[in-house]
Design a protein around this ligand. Structure first.
Ligand SMILES: Cc1cc2nc3c(=O)[nH]c(=O)nc-3n(C[C@H](O)[C@H](O)[C@H](O)COP(=O)(O)OP(=O)(O)OC[C@H]3O[C@@H](n4cnc5c(N)ncnc54)[C@H](O)[C@@H]3O)c2cc1C
Length: 404
């Protein structure tokens, strides 16, 4: 079967699914996306995309589109959340882009999804298609949707997010794990942030039991994520619960006035439980595989979930193209072999970062601060994540080309 005749179905038109459709197209492979929502509307506020992911969009000629809607972040600052003192700063020379070879972008999720869906083409995105079941018939897979319709595909990619039905179909149960942290997220207009220093930076305000992470996005607004230790067991059914008025300030009321100002500027009414997934022995069953959060949902303390799903997309598309449909099983195995170790390492780094950021006052926190005070330690801490280029993993003639 020639590459142009493959029928690939992607379940979920989120960041990972849409990027996979672009990466497959770059390899000359068409795909159809099946999305449960009636319109493409990313839940949540904004997202920070680091060089390990943005270099793909650069390479396929989308830089200009992104430049219009993104804020290029160049400085990373860690502060003590109580007194606002800088405990670590990475900025300046060389710039982030010079150092890592691509941008660090803050972008509203809705804008990101609009850019990606326009590039994929709405004719390939089937909305209102909530997957209900899969049947692997050996030579093809039948997808059944809640509206009673069906579709057939040679391969199915489950890019259906952290609560993936495709993963549950593979495992037979829900293996989500509550991380012990929950949070509030929101977007604040810059005029409400009169007390905020270093507005162009991505900043972590850290302290015992919690942290605030914020960064500027395209129009100068700030996206924030307030994370709090909340170790009591979480009912798996509701990952998002309604918050009482003032609940988000309870832990942070005595923190720095800029933190309190940001929290009170947007009284969010929802608390997000942060879940992740244990590593799986395999992401693939027959003609069905997983990508992004469905394969390796992680907590957002390194801001890497979306970035890892983009890396997955680049590697999966290239592995499939390299092996051809006749050897699709080897292509999927190759993809997993390249991705499982890396994503596991990022998952582990993400969960353990919370422990480091939330240290109580004492010798361990002092040691952390001493490490963060060295610029080279910050680069070391992030470098292994951001300098990675997934395209070098499966060299392909098409990787350098543009399709636009
Ligand atoms: C608070 C918070 C902050 C974050 N900040 C960052 C950040 O700064 N940087 C970063 O890289 N990551 C961040 N992340 C993680 C990031 O949001 C996810 O990792 C990323 O969205 C995963 O992409 P995905 O395509 O795998 O899944 P998703 O983006 O969740 O997309 C899944 C898609 O599948 C659809 N779907 C689900 N079930 C079905 C079904 N049965 N049938 C059809 N369609 C279905 C959904 O509607 C959705 O469109 C953050 C996460 C959280 C919770």
């Amino acid at each position: 079967m020639s590459i142009g005749d493959w029928k690939i179905a992607i379940v979920g038109a989120g960041i990972g699914g849409l990027t996979l459709a672009l990466a497959l197209r770059q390899q000359g492979i068409a795909a159809e996306l099946y999305e449960q929502t009636a319109e493409l509307r990313e839940v949540g506020a904004a997202v920070a995309l680091s060089a390990n992911a943005t270099r793909f969009y650069d390479r396929i000629g989308m830089r200009e589109e992104f430049d219009k809607l993104c804020f290029p972040i160049s400085t990373l600052i860690y502060r003590d959340g109580r007194d606002g003192r800088v405990i670590g700063r990475h900025s300046g020379e060389p710039s982030y882009e010079e150092q890592f070879g691509a941008c660090y972008w803050g972008i509203h999720r809705a804008h990101l999804q609009a850019i990606l869906s326009k590039a994929v083409g709405m004719e390939h995105i089937h909305l209102n298609k909530r997957l209900a079941d899969l049947k692997d018939e050996g030579r093809e897979v039948i997808l059944s949707f809640e509206d009673g319709s069906t579709a057939k595909a040679d391969l199915v990619i489950g890019a259906d997010g952290a609560r993936s039905l495709v993963r549950r179909w593979m495992l037979g149960y829900d293996d989500s794990l509550y991380s012990g942290c929950s949070g509030f997220r929101g977007i604040v207009a810059p005029e409400l942030l009169s007390l905020l220093p270093d507005r162009d930076a991505i900043q972590f305000w850290v302290g015992p039991g919690g942290h605030l992470l914020h960064y500027p996005i395209g129009n100068g607004d700030h996206n924030f994520l307030l994370v709090e230790r909340h170790p009591s067991p979480w009912p798996v059914r509701d990952w998002v619960t309604s918050a009482e008025q003032g609940e988000q300030l309870r832990h942070f009321a005595n923190w720095h006035p800029a933190v309190v100002q940001m929290i009170t500027a947007v009284p969010t009414s929802q608390r997000w439980a942060l879940f992740h997934r244990p590593p799986l022995g395999s992401w693939t069953r027959g003609r069905v595989t997983l990508l992004g959060d469905a394969a390796h949902a992680l907590v957002p303390h390194h801001g890497q979930g979306a970035n890892q799903s983009i890396e997955d997309a680049v590697v999966l598309a290239a592995s499939l193209a390299q092996h051809g449909m006749g050897r699709f099983a080897e292509g999927l195995e190759h993809y997993e072999r390249l991705r499982r170790g890396r994503t596991r390492k990022v998952q582990f780094a993400s969960i353990s970062t919370a422990d480091v950021l939330h240290l109580p006052d004492g010798p361990a926190a002092e040691q952390r601060n001493a490490r963060l005070a060295k610029r080279k330690e910050i680069v070391h801490h992030l470098g292994w994540i951001h300098e990675f280029d997934p395209a070098t993993q499966v060299p392909s003639e098409r990787q350098g080309g543009t399709w636009l």
